[in-house]
Structure formats: structure tokens, C-alpha cells
Design a protein. Structure first.
Length: 162
């Protein structure tokens, strides 16, 4: 029995129940809208989406959806509504999309996560995980990566079995 692994899984459960421990620094999502598929990104310069609405208003239902779904893990304020934006329709859409997680495919992300023994950085890129913790170096998996798998369930292409 790998007791170290059991402790990792227990910690992961705790962290996944406290999503405010997580802060997203970067994100790349393929978003299936009603009419087309778009790429939504978050980085140090903020949100970006390839949909026509974003090009005009710098806010769109796809970003508003991710703001809802990832709320406790985003430490930046929601984007302000724009003049000329159909706010009622966009809020409506975002509320519906947020319940339809199969629209959201996460291609990559970088987060920091406040663990019991300090902050760690977790990244994911097209199926490849990385974490700067000792457990990850030893096992290729850590409480932090397991917690992120749980928190992003249904939005990652293929979940690792733990
Ligand atoms: Zn958009």
C-alpha cells in the first residue's frame, strides 16, 4: 500500500472542496457555441475569444460562461458589460451554457494552488500534466493535479484514472 498516495488523494479531496485555493493564471478552451466553435483564452493580458461578439464588445457569452463555471478560481473581476451588448440574451446564454459542460473543452491551463504546505503551480497542456511538488516528481501525480482533475471534471479531454 502506498500510504503517501493515500495522503495525496485525501488532500486532493480537501482541496477540491475548497476551490478558492486555486487561482487561474492561464487558460485555453475550445468552446462549442450554438452556431460555431470558438477559442477562449485567459492570460496576463486578460480574456480573449474568437467569436464575433467579443471583437465588438470585448465580452461575450463564452467568457461569461467560464466566469460562472470557474468563479471561485478566478481572482479577477468579471468583465464589464458593454454598451450595445445584448446583456439579457448573453446572461441567459451563459446561464444555459454553464449547465452544458460538454460545450467546454479545456486544452491547457496554468494555476497556482494553495496547499497545506505551501503554494504550488500546476499546468496542463493537451493531456500532459505538470506540478512543482515533490509528490509529482516522485509519482507523476500529486494532490494538486488530482484536485484540478476533480474541479474540472467533464471539461478535460480524458481524465486520468486515480
Ligand atoms: Zn465568445
Amino acid at each position: 500500500m502506498d500510504y503517501g498516495m493515500i495522503s495525496q488523494i485525501e488532500k486532493a479531496r480537501l482541496y477540491a472542496n475548497e476551490p478558492e485555493r486555486v487561482t487561474f493564471q492561464a487558460l485555453n478552451v475550445t468552446f462549442k457555441g450554438d452556431n460555431d466553435t470558438y477559442t477562449v483564452t485567459l492570460d496576463s493580458s486578460g480574456w480573449h475569444c474568437t467569436c464575433p461578439g467579443f471583437q465588438t464588445h470585448y465580452i461575450c457569452p463564452h467568457i461569461m460562461t467560464l466566469e460562472r463555471v470557474l468563479k471561485p478560481m478566478l481572482k479577477i473581476p468579471p468583465l464589464p458589460y458593454a454598451p450595445g451588448q445584448n446583456v439579457v440574451s448573453d446572461v441567459d446564454k451563459a446561464a444555459r451554457y454553464a449547465t452544458e459542460k460538454d460545450r467546454i473543452l479545456i486544452n491547457g491551463f496554468t494555476v497556482s494552488i494553495r496547499g497545506n504546505n505551501g503554494d504550488h503551480s500546476v499546468s496542463y497542456d493537451s493531456g500532459a500534466w505538470n506540478c512543482d511538488s515533490n509528490s509529482f516528481r516522485m509519482r507523476g501525480v500529486s494532490s494538486h493535479t488530482i484536485a484540478m482533475e476533480r474541479l474540472l471534471k467533464g471539461m478535460l479531454p480524458e481524465a486520468q484514472k486515480v
